[in-house]
Design a binder for this molecule. Structure first.
Ligand code: NSP
Length: 227
């Protein structure tokens, strides 16, 4: 598990710096702190897990859109690999994990999306539809890179308790090497693309990043509120 949070230094870091307050409100949200302490009410976590299943389905559509928005074969492969990873691996793991929390697959099939899930997922789809592949990846960054940072942050906090913490598996999954490698490759992709852009384009992307970050924070809040 990754136990250090080295500060980011590439072009993507500029998006975080420009939206530091929103980024902190998301990555250090009360939901995250209570996960780390193991004090999060289980009903809140179950609600989050259910909605996250619906989130992942929409997330698969986002990668389908990324394939469509690709200009090169390498980009098509990247989108396709991510789409396959969600549909063939992540959703299966999520269903298995939900079962451990007493949520069976039939119950997942029956769910309807909360407003926070709708708002966030459709925002990302729209950012991709109306923009290009960079807009799409920037809208996804709070999701992909954010969870990696959250897991690393949790491991560094003095209040974090892993022993006997019902959420320890969840923390380990996002702090684990496999997820952290995904984060590193997404960061590299973004750093390469963003470093070539001018200030006006970066300012527009910063707004996309800010909105998606706020919608991630709302997703945590939705879990706390059981909304
Ligand atoms: C809402 C949300 N955001 C991010 C992730 C992790 N990619 C997730 N599973 N769910």
């Amino acid at each position: 598990m990754a136990r250090t949070t080295e500060p980011m230094s590439g072009a993507f870091a500029r998006l975080i710096e420009a939206n530091a307050t929103d980024w902190q409100a998301y990555t250090q949200h009360r939901f995250v702190r209570e996960l780390a302490e193991g004090t999060l009410p289980e009903a809140a976590f179950r609600h989050y897990l259910r909605q996250d299943y619906l989130f992942l389905i929409q997330f698969a559509r986002v990668w389908g859109l990324a394939v469509y928005k690709s200009r090169t074969l390498a980009e098509i492969r990247q989108g396709l690999d991510s789409l396959k990873a969600i549909v063939e691996v992540e959703l299966g793991l999520h269903v298995g994990y939900c079962a451990q929390w007493g949520i069976d697959e039939a119950a997942l099939e029956d769910l309807s999306e909360s407003r926070a899930t709708l708002a966030y997922t459709r925002y990302v789809l729209d950012a991709g539809m109306s923009g290009d592949l960079v807009d799409l990846h920037v809208a996804l960054a709070p999701c992909i890179i954010g969870y990696g940072e959250i897991a690393r942050w949790i491991l560094q906090q003095p209040f974090t308790v892993l022993e006997g913490n019902p959420y320890a598996d969840w923390i380990a999954m996002y702090a684990g090497d496999e997820y952290q490698a995904l984060v590193a490759s997404e960061l590299q992709w973004l750093d390469e693309r963003l470093s070539a852009l001018d200030a006006a384009r970066m300012a527009a992307l910063s707004n996309v990043f800010r909105d998606a970050t706020r919608l991630e924070a709302d997703f945590w809040q939705m879990g706390l509120d059981l909304a």
